[in-house]
Design a protein around this ligand. Sequence first.
Ligand SMILES: Cc1ncc(COP(=O)(O)O)c(C=O)c1O
Length: 187
Amino acid sequence: MSVTTDFDFADRVRAINASAIRQALKNAGPTTISFAGGLPDPALFDVEGLAHASRLALDDRLAFQYSQTEGVPRLREQLAALLAQRGARVDTDGLIVTTGAMQGIHLIAQILLNPGDSVAVERPTFLTALQTFNLHEARVLEVSGDRFGMLPEALESVLRKQRVKLVYVVPNFNRRGDAVRAPPAAA
Ligand SMILES: Cc1ncc(COP(=O)(O)O)c(C=O)c1O
């Protein structure tokens, strides 16, 4: 369903369709399990841990103060340290705290994509990321994959044929499988 209203929306917004995920989630409830939106089991939420963390944050009045757009510096330092433990070297200054993965995808699309630019994605991929690329009027190129995700040789063949501005992959728990592709064995 596209947006039908007399309100003077920007052209790119007029082309947006209603989110299939949002529609699917409307049907989920206490007695209905929706597999469409990938809802986690509420039993898995760390309610006590989150309550404890919230209490600590609320005890610090500065939590309500304006802060840096990139995120609270202490949190960014801790995130950089956590990522380092996991083998990713990230400078604190190069790290932005977002409200979720979607905000990150949206920001990347906003700074990289001009209308008509190409984005290579796995097939199938995360629907909402596709909606973001469409909103930025990008051309989406599907690259085949297997349960490990995008096939490197399929991507290589796409890259040989056309200019691709962005490659979007879901590195784990992708839509086809549960596996992570191992890095190529050292020569
Ligand atoms: C691959 C992928 N990326 C991003 C998201 C959205 O993440 P967030 O809720 O953190 O914006 C989802 C949610 O299902 C997802 O499956």
